[in-house]
Design a protein around this ligand. Sequence first.
Ligand code: CP
Length: 371
Amino acid sequence: MTISLKGRNFLACEDFTPDEIRYLLDLALKLKEEKKNKLDQREFIGRNLLMLFQMNSTRTRCSFETAGNDLGMGTTFLSNSHFGNTETIKDSMRVFSSIYDVIGYRGAKHSDLLEMAKESTIPIINGYTDHQHPTQMLADAMTLMEVWGKDNLKGKTICFIGRGGAVNSFSYGVIAALLGMNFTYITSYMEYDEALSMLSPAQLKLYRKFVPEGSVNENWNTEMNPKKKKIVEDLFAKYSPECKFIETDDIEAIKGVDMITTENWGFFTDPVETWLPGIFRFRPYQVNKELLEKTGNPDVIVMHMLPSTHNMNHSSGQQLLKAIEDPKLREFLKAGMEITDEVFEEHSKYIFREAENRMHTIKAVMKAVTE
Ligand code: CP
């Protein structure tokens, strides 16, 4: 079967069939091999890539730029434009469509991306929105293909544990369903008030500086949003009916999984003091040695999309430690938040391969969709 994705947007993995996703993964593997062999990949000389980023990024931005360069494209990084602020998305898109050949976008609102896609005459690639992180899912799947064998993903079980939020648990559920893997999502259902009651008076005061009494914490609910859950369930029913999709707060569900992944317990876009209730909430869900033992699987691997708070040796970590008086909790955090430093370093060969594969998979998407 011949697959061509020329001119298509890459906004969400569920817009693609399993064959199309596998086509992109095979292409990424081929491009990685070519790059290792120093082959010239400049197929798009004279073409231009716009990277429109409205949120911070290390991996995604670097991946888009190097992938564009490798493919021979000129690149523009834009983070301070009129887009959506002093100019309508429609007008900006009319400009971008006439100058560029492909766009990489990162922004908080998927609705903005959908509006961009409606107005655009060139392909757009989603580099993260509040709907999904689809290029990250390709990088994770590619890494699993390399570790387990290209055709050995089917029937494996991948697990997201901790703060899956609106985006990550959903993203993993979608890619699992498309590639025939079981998906286990383990998260905390602790109520917001219960977590707040665990803060010391001083911590609560700090927290209230940023989240005043009476304000609603819309991001507190980590159960997969019902609309997103339906998308995942429908994909499993359509493509992988033999696979299981579980969401639970029971840590024992970790038994038998083949891959564990997690994410920081607070929002990087928010001040670290706002992470405090999440620390009390997700503490039992840390990826540590005991959790790995609970899997009963000596070959279980750990991945992390990064950035990770596996120790406190960065300014956010230092700031967070200032807000913690309890010496035991300080020691706990120094050894790692969502994942211990020990487990992170032990599995770093997978984690940083996953980071490198962001570039190869983004390059594959860019090559596939650019006309
Ligand atoms: N994983 C990921 O998207 O990393 P960045 O936020 O650094 O791009």
